[in-house]
Design a protein around this ligand. Structure first.
Ligand SMILES: NC(=O)CC[C@H](N)C(=O)O
Length: 368
């Protein structure tokens, strides 16, 4: 579809901007957040951690290398909608299979372009993330603002059940350890990162009883990334506690990290704007090295509530000092808030997958 149609974005605080519809026509709402990655838009749009969120890209030219299957982190777009400065309708890249607009239309993803994203980012940075509605159907400001006010708040929202597998699913079989993945909306490259290291990987639905996972005889358990508020997942936290008691080595990324923290009595809070981008500097306190990392989170571990009995903060964000990783004291396991699998982003932190396999190989499992 090349004909242009007007669209609007309305924020719950009353700010309304006018632009042009891109992708599917229609109306969508969510928490408006922004990502500062300069590329990787398709990985971002298909990251299940973004369910319920409208994604605004700060890079001003989006769609320029088109769309292709290889660049997806799940089968379909997961963001609620896309907000961009300038949209490119004529991509140039040998990997491109179709325009980003055609891919969005095919999957029913609503977007808006021609938006002063710099203005909007500054607005959110000052006031904090807030809900918004994008529409090419309803262009009445008051009506759109009312709809934005009605979008459910991300705080207190459980969303992982919407993107978890419905039944256990094998991802890979290898000669290496058996890794059970609690799927809260796992990104493909996390699974690939285990598989390329020879692991047998099986995904389990978010609410699988630990006994069912144990019946598969795993060597380690991984808690995945995912959307929503971890504080709204008491059943998942209870399962993590059981996994801790099992003595198996545990590893968590992002939502999984937050759930492991909660299981150890560490608190999690909602951040003002969150971190979403591919160049967040993180200090590894154990090695003294700085890793440039990919991040996507709106919640974080409260540093005040991390006690030495529970965990050591082994990674810290160098921009704002926030907690980026925990090494747990009472069981063999660690977790990171950022995304070592990247996709998109730098590869500095891939070693964490090796570290988990080493932890499993060390046989450091506490007796069950
Ligand atoms: N990438 C993730 O797993 C995100 C975790 C959580 N939903 C957050 O926003 O903090």
């Amino acid at each position: 579809m090349t004909e242009t149609a007007p669209a609007k974005i309305a924020l719950e605080d009353g700010l309304v901007l006018t632009g042009t519809a891109v992708g599917a026509r229609g109306e969508t709402g969510g928490e408006l957040c922004f990502n500062t990655s300069m590329s990787g838009y398709q990985e971002i749009l298909t990251d299940p951690s973004y369910v319920g969120q409208l994604m605004m890209m700060t890079y001003p030219h989006i769609g320029n290398y088109g769309a292709f299957e290889d660049a997806t982190e799940s089968d379909t777009p997961k963001v609620a909608g896309l907000v961009v400065r300038e949209f490119c309708h004529s991509p140039s890249n040998h990997r491109s299979e179709e325009t980003l607009a055609a891919w969005m239309e095919r999957h029913g993803l609503v977007g808006i372009s021609g938006i002063d994203t710099r203005q909007l980012v500054r607005h959110i940075r000052e006031k904090g993330v807030m809900n918004a509605v994008v529409s090419s159907e309803d262009l009445d400001d008051d009506s759109l603002i009312a709809k934005a006010k009605n979008v459910p708040s991300m705080a207190g929202l459980e969303l992982a059940s919407r993107v978890s597998v419905a039944e256990a699913e094998d991802f890979s079989e290898g000669d290496g350890p058996r890794i059970a993945v609690y799927d809260y909306g796992v990104k493909r490259n996390i699974l690939r990162s285990f598989a390329t290291r020879g692991a047998s990987v099986r995904l389990f639905p978010h609410d699988t009883p630990l006994a069912t996972v144990q019946a598969w005889n795993p060597d380690g358990i991984f808690f995945s990334n995912g959307p929503g508020d971890p504080r709204a997942m008491p059943d998942a936290v209870a399962t993590v506690k059981e996994a801790i008691a099992s003595g198996l080595p545990l590893f968590g990324i992002c939502l999984g990290h937050q759930l492991m923290a909660l299981a150890e009595g560490i608190e999690v809070f909602k951040m003002k704007v969150g971190h979403r981008g591919a160049n967040q500097p993180v200090l590894n306190a154990e090695t003294g090295k700085v890793e440039i990392t990919t991040q996507n989170h709106g919640f974080a571990v409260d540093p005040e509530s991390v006690t030495p009995e529970a965990a050591a903060v082994h990674h810290r964000n160098l921009n704002d000092g926030s907690v980026e990783g925990l090494r747990f004291a009472r069981f063999p396991g660690f977790s990171v808030q950022y995304h070592p699998e990247a996709c998109p982003g730098p590869h500095d932190s891939h070693y964490l997958f090796d570290e988990f396999l080493s932890l499993i190989a060390s046989g450091e499992n506490a007796p069950a």
